[in-house]
Design a protein around this ligand. Sequence first.
Ligand SMILES: [Zn+2]
Length: 243
Amino acid sequence: MPIVTTRSVVLQVHRYSDSSKILRLLTRSHGPLSVIARGALRPKSRLSGLLEPFAEGTATFYLKRNRDLHTLSGFELIRERQSLGLDMIRFAGASVLCELVLRVAPREADPLLFDTLIDALDHLVQAPIEQSDGVAAARIWQLVSLLGFAPAVEVCIDCGRPPGAGQPARFDLQAGGLRCANCPPSGRALAPADVEDLRSLLAGAPGIRPSPSQIALLADFIRYHASEGSHIRSLDFLSTAAR
Ligand SMILES: [Zn+2]
């Protein structure tokens, strides 16, 4: 039973019995894992108060081969990120990021995915309050793209030509991309400014204020392409918070 020590971020927390917690972690060296933190709910536990969603730390656990639940023996806190809970948009954005990783991330280690998630959570913590919705949307699109579900927004999915600057376009949810104004009109209509905003968000540009319809497009895209049949509850919360 090897002991593993690795940087980890807490994706989800469940109570287990009166005194323990079960955590879903994304670890940098072993991918997503579930661990049990025995006694973590006891006030005198050295883990008390540390193991909350979005917290990052150096986790030590006993890795049991062929088992789904491992035993956490230590967690040295690096960042708690509890301030994400003070603002609805930040909290919803962080929740979508973590839930996406939970539902969709590959089982094996992916240091780039880990670093991308950490960077996204840090940017959500640091963003000025009036930019939090833009940062949330851009970082969620970044994660969706990294997970292999990037939409096509640079060229039309039908004719392959770039939609003209200043032209409206349509977003075909099922086909996963933009259709230019010269092709048969099918999909959600986007005004020229919406097309530009969508591209900017996908390029990670700061300072875009996504409209509620941009957030709805992001949420619907994830539901259709990236949820793998499971209901990502925090998407509903994000859509409500962004109104
Ligand atoms: Zn076209």
